[in-house]
Design a protein around this ligand. Structure first.
Ligand code: SF4
Length: 59
């Protein structure tokens, strides 16, 4: 599984970083997605909650 993030769509609502801070985080000013830090189900659930559609799951 891969998760992509579209910077231009992101509304910076913070749903992802608040829900799974170990997966979705900002490191040195860069938005990072570390899919090793949660289960696939947990990540998919958060991607579905993204209000802007910036996050996409690729299987
Ligand atoms: S949940 Fe979606 S819109 Fe909100 S910060 Fe994360 S990627 Fe951006």
């Amino acid at each position: 599984m891969q998760v992509t993030w579209d910077q231009n769509k992101c509304s910076h609502a913070g749903v992802c970083v608040k829900s799974l801070p170990d997966v979705f985080k900002v490191v040195e000013g860069e938005f990072v997605i570390d899919i090793t830090q949660a289960t696939e189900e947990e990540i998919v659930a958060v991607v579905k909650q993204c209000p802007s559609g910036a996050l996409q799951v690729l299987k």
